[in-house]
Design a protein around this ligand. Sequence first.
Ligand code: F6R
Length: 620
Amino acid sequence: MCAIVGYVGNADALQIGLDALERMEYRGYDSAGIAVVEPGKIHLEKKEGKLTNLLERIDEVGRENFSGTTCIGHTRWATHGRPNDTNAHPHISFDGKAAIVHNGIIENFATLRAEIESQGIELVSETDSEVAAHLLALAYNEGATKGDFEASALSVLARLEGAFTVLFTHVDAPDRIVAGRRSTPLIVGVGDGENFIGSDVAAFIDRTKNAVELGQDNAVVITPEEYRIYDFQGNEVEGKPFTIDWDLEAAQKDGFDSFMMKEIYEQPAAVRDTLAGHFVDGRVVLDEQRLSDEDLRQVEKVFVVACGSAYHSGLLAKYAIEHWVRVPVEIEVASEFRYRDPVLDRQTLVVAVSQSGETADTLEAVRHAKSQGARVLAVCNTNGSQIPRESDAVLYTHAGPEIGVASTKAFLAQVAANYVVGLALAQARGTKYSDEIATIFDELEALPEKIEKTLELRQQILDLAHELGAVRTMLFLGRHVGYPVACEGALKLKELAYIHAEGFAAGELKHGPIALIEDDLPVVVVVPSPHGRPVLHSKIVSNIQEIRARGAKTIVVAEAGDEAVRPFANYLLEIPQTSTLVQPILSTIPLQFLAADIARECGNDDIDKPRNLAKSVTVE
Ligand code: F6R
C-alpha cells in the first residue's frame, strides 16, 4: 500500500528521504510528498502522480529551500479521497506546526473529524489521515500533554482505530520523529548518528543493515542518537532487532529495463534459495517450526488462504498436497474466508501464502483461523512481517525483494514452498516413503537449471507479442495443474496490459466460454506432459483442435518433444521435460514474458507499476 519513510540525523534529509521514496515507490504511486523539518519550520511539497512529479516540483522550488536534517515522506495508494495534491501526504496541522504521514485506514476518522470540526478547525483534504495532524496539534497545544511532543503523539495513537502506521513531527522538536503502528508495517533502521523509519527495509538499505521490528500497538521515538520503543500508554517495551540479509544492489535493476524483467531472470535463484536447507539428512524441515510432527499428524483438513497470484500458488498446492498426503485441501480467496464462517478446529491446518506478509485480507484470515483454534502455517517472502509473526509455523520463500508490482519470482518461490509444506505433511503422516520424498525433492532441485532453459524463450515471445500487437482480449486454458497456470497467465496480462483476459479449466470450455472464440482470438493453452498423465494430454489436444476449428490463434505451451500438439499450434513455446506436478514452475514463465511484452504492445511501458495497483495491499 503506501510507503512511509522517516529520517533523523545530520545529513541532507531531503535527499535521503527522496532516495528512500524512490526505492519504495512500488508500494503506492498515485501521489508523493515530503516534509523536511527544522526548528520552527516545515518545508512541505506534495504532488499527484508518480514520484517524478514531486522531484520536478522540488527542483522548481529549489532544493536549497529544504534545509533540515529531519524528514518524513510518503508515496500514496489512495483509500480515502482521490489521488490529488491536497489528499497527498504529508498533512499539516491547522497551526502549521505538525506534519504527519499515514499508511492504512483510520476507521474512526469520521468521529474524529467531527470532533475537530466542532472546534472550528477546517479540514482541507478528503482523507482519513489528516485528522492525525490536527489531533497532534490539539494535544500539544492544550490539555494533559501540553508542550510534550512525544506524549501528545502517543495520546493520538491511543485514540486511533483501524490499521495504521503514522509518523509525527513537530517544529518544536525538530530532532525527532514519533511513529506508531497497528497491523501495518513499520521498521526502524538503526544507523550511526542517524536513525530511520520505513514501511520496509528498502527505506534505509543504502545506509544501514541494522533494523528493529516493532510489535503490535507499539510506538517508537527516533532521534539521531537513539531509538526508544513504547506501547501506546507510554510504557517502555522491547523491539526485535535483526540484520538485513540483502543489499542495495538486490533492490536495483541491474541493467534490466524493469524490475519485473530482472525478477523473472532471478527465478532460478529464487526457487533454488527457497528449497535450500529444507531437505537435510533425508528429512524435510520447515523454518520456524512451532508445529510438531504430532500436530501435523492430527491435521484432518487443510485450507490454503491467499490473494491474487499467491492464491494461484495455493490452487497448485491443492493438487500436490491431496495427491501426496491424502487429506482434503480447500483453497480460498482470503478476502472471502472469514466472512463465510468456514468450519475450522484444532485439526485444521491453515496455510497462509503471502509474498509481503502484510496483505490485510490474508492477515485477517489468519487471525480468524487462530480465533477458531486452527493451526496456521505461513509461507512468506518477508522476514519479520505480520503474517509469519502471528502464525504457528513459517516457511520463508527466499525470493529476495520483489519490487515489480506484478508477482513473478515470488510466485514461483511460493509454488516451490507450498510443495515443501506438502512434503513435510507427507513425511509426518507417513503417506510417502522417505525415498519417494527424496525423489520429488531431487526433481524440485533440478528446476533452477530447467528454469534457465525456459528463460531462453525470451526472444521467441518478444517476436510473438510483436506479431500479435495490441490485442484486446486473450483466453488462457489449462487442465489439472495447467489450470492455475492459465489463471496466473491471465492475471498477469490483465494487470500489465489492461486488457480483458480470462483463465479457464479447458474442460469447462464447452460449457460456455467457447462462445467467446472468434477469428484470430489469441488463446494460450498450457499442455500437460504427455508422459505423466497421458489422459490429460489427449483431452487437451482435443480442446486445442476445438478452438482452432473456430478460428482461434493458438499459443501452445508444451513440453519439448511433444509432437502431438505441433500441428495445432500457431505458436509453440517449448519448455523442458519434467513431471506433472512440477511443470507449473516452468510453464508459468512464458506467460510472464508474454504479459510484459503484450503490455508494451498495448502502450504500457511502465510494467513495474501498473495503474491502480500497489505491491502490498494493507487494507481490506
Ligand atoms: C499479482 C500480484 C498480487 C499479489 C496479491 C497478494 O501479480 O502480485 O495478486 O499476489 O496481492 O500479495 P501477497 O503475496 O503480498 O499477499
